[in-house]
Write a protein that binds this ligand. Structure first.
Ligand SMILES: CNc1nc2c(CCNCC3CCCCC3)c3nc(N)[nH]c(=O)c3cc2[nH]1
Ligand SMILES: [Zn+2]
Length: 377
């Protein structure tokens, strides 16, 4: 074991600036600098990227997915092959979601009960079941470092009564997740706060989770179509309901301006498919906003996407080239632009970590907002 490695999971807060925090999560597989953006590796790959390239963008951790991997190639097969880290050649930390959210958004024939969710695979229609116990078992077989409790994220629109009922089910599932997870030093279990956009339900959920005790706490149930204003409205109070000395993970967020607003309100970790999905659909994200490389305006432009960006795409390739390869449906387009987008998202996090550490977050944020809204890219 090298000097820097630890057998335990721990979070140290290093600086705060207003509600924004910077710190680091120590795990046996390495450290995670916070605030952190976690790229999504749905089917044991961050699409269009080699793992070495994902590491080169500055990512300290990536996401795996219980739902996809239990269906194909199955968690048992990945375990037999040495676990998800070995399987996908990523030796840094992996966080896996618990699967419930993906079941509700992807699977067919879903039947929800107190026990869990029965569903038909979107891959081949085969029948499956997820419960707190089965989700814990799958995440253990995968070998993920940070395990998410099995929860239910209510689909919008939902009445307050439906949100309350769903949140209470998720809290019972949180207890069952905790009980099934057991005592696994070096591995973390995160609880997920639910409660929609209702402050009192959010408070009840936070109280229930604190009583169970988790290694970290996620703010769930957001980024489901409520819009940025409503999401920020919840983030104005929800993170403060969670233990201050534990990591706070906002699930499924988001666009650069969503991310900045969440960090400003006390969030430490986020994940989103946006940078990788956009990279495959010719959408470039930059400090001055979003660029559609399929637009004809780029076809003769010799400049890089962002002259100030140090990624391999901006170092060597022109907008004209990116425009051409996307029009020609060449794979290198998705490879280059995904790399750029992930690099930019990591640069955004590094900028915020430095600003928080030096107490200049407000100045940094003001400059970000002006540049990001400028659109002159
Ligand atoms: C996009 N918006 C959003 N995502 C949410 C997610 C998923 C977060 N991303 C996980 C990755 C997705 C791609 C495959 C790999 C895992 C949520 N997950 C859970 N468990 N609970 C939520 O309330 C919950 C809420 C979410 N809202
Ligand atoms: Zn770039």
């Amino acid at each position: 074991m090298t000097q820097s490695q630890t057998q335990r999971f721990s979070f140290s807060l290093e600086a705060t600036d207003g509600k924004a925090r910077s710190g680091r999560i120590s795990t046996p597989r390495g450290e995670i600098r916070t605030p952190a953006f976690m790229p999504v590796g749905t089917a044991a790959t961050v699409k269009a990227m080699m793992p070495e390239s994902v590491a080169a963008t500055g990512a300290d951790i990536l996401l795996g997915n219980t739902y996809h991997l239990m269906l194909r190639p199955t968690a048992e097969r990945i375990a037999a092959l040495g676990g998800l880290h070995k399987f996908m050649n990523w030796d840094k930390p992996i966080l896996t979601d618990s699967g419930g959210f993906q079941v509700m958004s992807l699977a067919g024939l879903r039947k929800l009960s107190e026990e869990g969710v029965r569903f038909a695979s979107h891959v081949d229609g085969s029948k499956h079941m997820l419960s707190p116990e089965r989700s814990m078992e799958i995440q253990k077989l995968l070998g993920s470092d940070i395990v998410m409790a099995f929860d239910e994220c209510p689909a919008l629109p939902a009445t307050e009564a439906e949100v309350a009922k769903s949140m209470q089910l998720s809290m019972r599932w949180a207890q069952r997740s905790r009980d099934a997870f057991g005592d696994r030093p070096g591995h973390a279990l995160f609880g997920i706060q639910q409660g929609g956009v209702t402050q009192d339900l959010r408070a009840q959920s936070a109280e229930a989770l604190r009583a169970i005790e988790f290694d970290g706490y996620a703010v769930g149930g957001l980024a489901v179509g409520e819009g940025q204003e409503a999401m920020f409205g919840v983030l104005d109070y929800a993170p403060d309901m969670l233990p201050v000395q534990k990591p706070r993970y906002l699930m499924g967020v988001g666009k650069p301006d969503d991310i900045v607003g969440a960090v400003k309100r006390g969030i430490d970790m986020m994940d989103c498919v946006l940078p990788s999905r956009s990279g495959r659909t010719a959408q470039g994200w930059t400090r001055r906003g979003q660029v559609n490389l399929r637009n004809a305006r780029h076809q003769d432009d010799p400049r890089p996407l962002d002259a100030d960006c140090t990624c391999p795409c901006c170092a060597k390739y022109s907008r004209a080239y990116l425009h051409h390869v996307f029009r020609a449906k060449e794979m290198i387009g998705g490879m280059l632009l995904t790399w750029h987008n992930l690099h930019y998202f990591q640069e955004l996090m590094a900028g915020m970590r430095a600003a928080i550490a030096s107490g200049t977050f407000d100045t940094w944020e003001a400059a970000f907002q002006i540049e990001f809204a400028s659109g002159d890219i």
